[in-house]
Design a binder for this molecule. Structure first.
Ligand code: SAH
Ligand code: SF4
Length: 340
């Protein structure tokens, strides 16, 4: 049986048609689920009893459960337990422009980035659509706050769970659903090229962020195995095509790792690599994890790197550090919990 929160509006319309009902029922059900936020089919007052019974037979409504919650200054971090006892995290960050939720898309990750806690643990499975949707619903309910932005930057590689992620975005985005503007949604990928190409054809206005983390194949190969499959000479031209086709500005994420990718030479090479692209670089101070040997760059090196990019007319920001006190780095809370 499938969970009702896993259905896009279109798929729910198809369901109602298949049982000989009007498509419009799907809109009504969506309103109950996403506007009124009911938790049982029985509360759907404008739907006739017979249809409710049918739905109860055809759908589950179960939700992942909040297992731990850690509250920091501008951040709230949640660990969810899923139906098979696996765990994923979601982090809510309070910005001056709104509340941004970082959601997980998989249990673990197969991309194996050396600096990443989720990569170290490998993938157990993809998250289902409803498991992504319900991270948001449960947290809004817990805090009684509206989430205004969603970033797919938690555990997992979104483009390694492509179909489910696209359906999730559809439910977030649809006016009858969660009604979050596409421009308030960001997908972050390590660079799975075929999926970037597929995604650009959908012409969605969703933001795309690329985890670049190195300006040369040499360095990138060492810290991100995916670079061996899709090296920079293929990645960069595809991204240029993406920018041209979608007319959207791209984000490059660049974690600064002490002595590995934070030298002046790296800054110059990075500026060269992305020169002329409608893109900006988000420099990320590394969140040190307990198991891995990588160290965060010294703050004077972060500043120097930033200044060099500025001088080369690259748009650049340094990401504010959120939640290191609550183990906010991708996958950290899950590891600590499961390995305790
Ligand atoms: N798999 C996707 C999205 C999830 S990771 C991706 O790699 O883009 C989201 C971001 O967090 C990526 O840029 C990733 O490189 C970064 N990240 C992973 N571990 C981190 C850590 N310990 N400190 C800071 N950023 C980290
Ligand atoms: Fe996976 Fe992203 Fe971590 Fe790499 S950085 S292992 S792609 S979650």
């Amino acid at each position: 049986m499938k969970n009702i929160y896993g259905y896009t509006l279109e798929k729910l319309e198809a369901y109602f048609e298949s049982i000989g009902e009007k498509k419009f029922k799907a809109v009504q059900v969506f309103e109950w689920l996403y506007k009124k936020r009911v938790k049982s089919f029985d509360e759907m007052a404008n739907i006739k009893k017979e249809t409710i019974e049918k739905m109860k037979n055809d759908f589950l409504m179960e939700s992942p459960v909040i297992t731990t919650k850690k509250v920091g200054k501008d951040v709230c971090k949640y660990l969810f337990t899923l139906e098979d006892n696996e765990h994923v995290e979601a982090v809510l960050m309070f910005h001056d422009y709104g509340n941004s939720l970082c959601v997980s898309t998989q249990v673990g990750c197969n991309m194996g980035c050396k600096f990443c806690e989720s990569g170290r643990r490998r993938k157990v499975r993809d998250l289902k659509v409803e498991e992504m949707v319900l991270q948001l619903l449960r947290i809004e309910e817990d805090l009684n706050k509206r989430i205004t932005h969603v970033v797919l930057m938690g555990i997992g590689e979104p483009f390694d769970n492509y179909e489910n992620v696209i359906d999730f975005i559809d439910i977030l985005n649809t006016g009858k659903g969660i009604d979050l503007g596409a421009r308030h949604i960001t997908i972050s990928t390590s660079g799975i090229l075929p999926k970037i190409r597929m995604f650009m054809e959908t012409k969605k206005q969703v933001n795309l962020a690329i985890s670049l983390h190195a300006p040369t194949n040499d360095i990138r190969n060492k810290i991100m195995p995916i670079n061996q499959a899709y090296p920079l000479e293929e990645l960069i031209p595809t991204l240029k095509e993406y920018i041209k086709k979608t007319n959207r500005r791209l984000t490059f994420e660049y974690i600064l790792l002490d002595g590995i990718n934070d030298t002046e030479e790296c800054a110059m090479k990075l500026a060269c690599l992305i020169k002329g692209m409608n893109a900006y670089v988000n420099l990320i101070p590394y969140n040190e994890t307990s198991h891995i040997e990588f160290k965060k760059s010294k703050s004077e090196n972060i500043q120097k790197f930033y200044d060099l990019l500025k001088e080369k007319n690259i748009q650049v920001t340094i990401r504010r550090e959120f939640g290191s006190e609550v183990d906010a780095a991708c996958g950290q809370l899950r590891s600590k919990y499961e390995e305790a």
